[in-house]
Unconditional design. Structure first.
Length: 293
């Protein structure tokens, strides 16, 4: 039996990590080369998102080949990245891991400027109002909606202490399907099903509509299918979505966010105090209790 000292084990880890990363990069190069030598060729390859889940680092890329856009994901073992000394991104599923950084305290924002006629949940007379700027294609918005919002709703929204207002801030440069998803949610709001549709978009973000080619009608068909699944009047919904009825409303939300310094999602304003990122419930609890006090 051969024993390795700490130096040997570190050297082995770096060697294996470098070998694995080299194989990964070689595979990527081969993939893109094969695409580039096809009849249509690659027009663009753009970064969409990076996240960590179940010990894997997922790098999401958008490949545009001959006018056809397709999203592909590349997975790298987290231990390989760590062995190479590269800082890993915040996890997208385990709330106990590192969260996106909180922005430093800033002067409160006038909530009268932020609270529009956008969809909201909670009492209109709630002493604490939270305005959320979010992107249905954003992995951290997904994380917050599926992990933090349920606790927030149970303890503060359902008890009349907090009103949550949702405003759209789709980052089309990295989530090209998000603006239309935002419009779709507004169309669902016309029929009183905004929050149900909101939940459907986030629940299916990673597995379904975010993966569909934006250059085909199938991306819209997914959005329309969710409306049908929720029992909406599909004729009215489809007409609303196809007519771009809420395109200006989504743009208005983005302009409002930009005017108060929103640069990424999710960004929250709790009675005017800014909080950035998919922060855990405890951070919202602390901010809300301070306002209630």
């Amino acid at each position: 039996m051969v024993f390795m000292d700490d130096t040997d084990s570190k050297f082995t880890a770096y060697l294996l990590g470098g070998l694995a990363l080299g194989l990964l990069l070689g595979g990527l190069i081969g993939f893109f080369y094969s695409k580039s030598t096809s009849t249509s060729g690659i027009t663009t390859v753009s970064f969409q998102d990076i996240s960590e889940r179940n010990g894997q680092i997922e790098i999401e890329l958008n490949v545009n080949s001959g006018g056809q856009s397709q999203t592909t994901s590349v997975f790298v073992p987290k231990i390989v990245v760590e062995n190479l000394g590269i800082q890993t991104p915040p996890t997208t599923r385990a709330p106990s891991q590192t969260q996106p950084p909180t922005a430093p305290p800033s002067a409160p924002v006038d909530m009268n400027v932020l609270v529009d006629d956008d969809p909201s949940i909670g009492s209109d007379n709630a002493p604490v109002v939270i305005v959320e700027f979010s992107d249905f294609g954003c992995v951290f918005c997904d994380k917050w909606a599926t992990e933090t919002l349920p606790e927030l709703k149970q303890k503060y929204i359902d008890t009349g202490k907090v009103r949550l207002v949702y405003r759209d801030f789709p980052l089309a440069s990295i989530h090209p399907r998000a603006p239309k998803a935002a419009e779709a949610s507004e169309c669902a709001d016309d029929q009183g099903k905004y929050w149900e549709y909101h939940d459907a978009l986030f629940e299916n973000r990673e597995a379904e509509w975010q993966k569909v080619s934006i250059s085909s009608d199938s991306s819209l068909e997914k959005l329309k299918q969710y409306a049908a699944d929720l029992g909406l009047d599909t004729n009215a919904f489809d007409e609303c979505l196809d007519s771009d009825k809420y395109a200006d409303e989504v743009t208005s939300d983005m302009n409002a966010g930009s005017s108060v310094g929103v640069t990424g999602t999710p960004t929250f304003f709790i009675n005017g105090q800014k909080l950035v990122g998919a922060q855990p419930f405890e951070n919202f609890e602390k901010a809300i209790e301070a306002e209630l006090a």
